[in-house]
Design a protein around this ligand. Structure first.
Ligand code: FES
Length: 157
């Protein structure tokens, strides 16, 4: 499906571009604006961002798929990101991931039918000293146990 920025967002993008000497450098804030408008980043969104900035779509793809704050699948009202990188893995990151999958009844990268929850397995989010951890939207939850995880997920229902 085609994607076009709203007039309001085009104005925001113009303002953002002025802050950077090269258009390529504006790709991250422009992707944020796109994600805010569309909910997640599709191929059409990436193509439009590339066209607007006069850069290659592959460069946009590289940024959109590298950083976990960009979503390339539809996400729920509560997007649960579970870290399974080294520190979290050693302290039960995969158990946490299994627990979230079972509790929500969807797979990794899945979305509940009511659109409320989605799950993503992510790389280190910089909270290694308090592993294992998850993020729900912009909030971090650390030093997790299955019990704490259950409480967190139940509180969001
Ligand atoms: S390894 Fe999980 S936050 Fe760093």
């Amino acid at each position: 499906m085609d994607f076009k920025f709203t007039e309001e967002n085009l104005a925001k993008i113009e303002a953002v571009r002025k802050k950077y000497p090269a258009s390529k450098a504006a790709v991250m804030p422009v992707l944020y604006i796109a994600q805010e408008q569309n909910g997640y980043i599709t191929k059409e969104v990436m193509d439009e961002v590339a066209k607007l900035l006069g850069i290659n779509s592959v460069d946009v793809l590289g940024v959109a798929t590298f950083y976990t704050m960009y979503h390339t699948n539809p996400i729920g009202k509560y997007h649960v990101q579970v870290c399974t990188n080294v520190s979290c893995m050693l302290r039960g990151g995969y158990e946490m991931l299994d627990h979230v999958v079972k509790k929500l009844g969807i797979d990794v990268n899945g979305l509940t039918s009511d659109g409320k929850f989605s799950i993503e397995e992510v790389e280190c989010m910089g909270s290694c000293g308090t592993a294992p951890m998850i993020a729900v939207n912009d909030d971090y939850y650390e030093n997790l146990t299955k019990e704490k995880l259950t409480e967190i997920l139940d509180s969001l229902k």
